[in-house]
Design a protein around this ligand. Structure first.
Ligand code: AMP
Length: 382
């Protein structure tokens, strides 16, 4: 591991440590720097996106010297939930870790997460935890006859999941997933997918991000839009208020310090079911970088360091389209640049099919113009 320069010579501002050095850490660092905050990331990948704008401690997440260097920071946060809880436990008591190990342990294990959502009074899809062969008996009926089997840990972007509608398919899917701890969820006929972030300071003050609509393609987020076009019957304000209430309940019941994001299914009648909690900024919130308000990245930095923070919300309609690697195809960059209101964000990663390489935000004076620009962007980005 290369030695960090420490809290630099003449530098008097706070230093933020981050477990993980991917694109979210890169964008957290880019938001932290103008606030007078330096960033140090612990990340084993030598090519990690954050290496270009933060001190890069290149070592495993549980490396003692790496953790010692993070412990010198004013606070530590995370950008990715597949960090071992042991790394957070090793930092506990030495430096404020926000969010902490208990919250991470919950959010990185789907079965525990769903149970903890219910315990916080937040509705979820019907689910059954699958730990052993015996748990498969009757599981499908209990979730409504059709379901999605998901690994409890290490799944992301639709990986580690299988749709099942018969007992045979369920048994096969569980075997294919390696008979590991899983959760079987009832298949939800949602109308839309939405997300909302909440930040909570160590003193218990809350601030909220905007309600954002998300469209996935092949299990990966394709497009996010603000504001959400919710049906007349449910009303956008009402839906947002209920999403905020659920996020508040989770933040308080789980003792959040820092920022978390809740992904919801919005059902035709307006009911919100929480699907997943990410203990951090979220891909859907990237549009806040260019909507004219505070970005989700600055919100996480502020919440973790205890800097003043109010609700963060774009001032203009805005959207994001992800740039995901597609073999043999490139986005049409010149046309993207020529489209009014676009902002390109690249992660400095080697291209690979299915890999998130960047995103393009677009902003517009009104929702109609935004929709036209998003449609055009989706043609320009394979
Ligand atoms: P997840 O990894 O849980 O975020 O799932 C990836 C995507 O699969 C979600 O964004 C949904 O589009 C879809 N999905 C996940 N769970 C369900 C469910 N219980 N019912 C219907 N669709 C689902």
């Amino acid at each position: 591991m290369s030695a960090p320069t420490g809290k630099a010579e003449t530098f008097a501002g706070p230093t933020l440590g981050i477990l993980g050095g991917g694109q979210l850490a890169q964008m957290l660092a880019l938001a932290a720097l103008p606030l007078g905050v330096r960033v140090r990331v612990l990340e084993p990948d030598p090519q990690a996106p954050a290496r270009l704008c933060a001190d890069h401690l290149q070592a495993p997440y549980t490396d003692p010297a790496g953790l010692d260097a993070l412990a010198e920071c004013d606070a530590v946060t995370l950008e990715f939930e597949n960090v071992p809880v042991a790394a957070l436990d090793a930092l506990s008591g030495r430096v404020p870790v926000r969010p902490g190990g208990e919250l991470l342990a919950r959010s990185k294990h789907r079965a525990r997460e769903k149970a903890a959502l219910r315990a916080a009074g937040v509705q979820t899809a019907p689910f059954v935890a699958v730990e052993t062969e015996a748990d498969l008996d009757g599981a499908l009926e209990r979730v409504g006859g059709r379901g999605i089997l998901k690994t409890s840990e290490l799944g992301y972007d639709g990986k580690g999941q299988a749709r099942v509608s018969t007992q045979g398919e369920l048994a096969e899917a569980w075997a294919a997933l390696g008979r590991v701890s899983c959760v079987l969820e009832g298949l939800v006929a949602f109308e839309r997918e939405v997300s909302l972030s909440v930040a909570r300071t160590a003193g218990g003050e809350l601030a909220f991000g905007p309600l954002i609509e998300n469209v996935h393609r092949d299990g990966i987020l394709r497009t996010s839009v603000y504001p959400v076009a919710v049906p007349e019957s449910t009303g956008p304000e009402d839906t947002e208020a209920r999403a905020r209430e659920a996020a508040r309940a989770i933040a308080e019941a789980w003792g959040l310090e820092g920022l978390l994001t809740v992904e919801f299914f919005l059902l035709p009648g307006g009911t919100l079911l929480a699907n997943e909690v990410a203990p951090r900024v979220h891909n859907s919130g990237h549009l806040t970088q260019d909507g004219g308000g505070l970005s989700q990245f600055e919100a996480q930095v502020r919440a973790v360091l205890g800097l003043p923070l109010a609700d963060w919300r774009p001032l203009l309609p805005c959207a994001m389209v992800n740039v995901v690697g597609v073999k043999g195809r490139e986005p049409q960059w010149a046309a993207i640049d020529a489209l009014p209101g676009t902002h390109v964000h690249l992660y400095h990663k080697a291209p690979r099919a299915g890999r998130k390489l960047g995103h393009v935000n677009v902003v517009a004076p009104d929702l109609g113009t935004l929709r036209e620009r998003v449609a055009r962007l989706e043609e320009l980005i394979p």
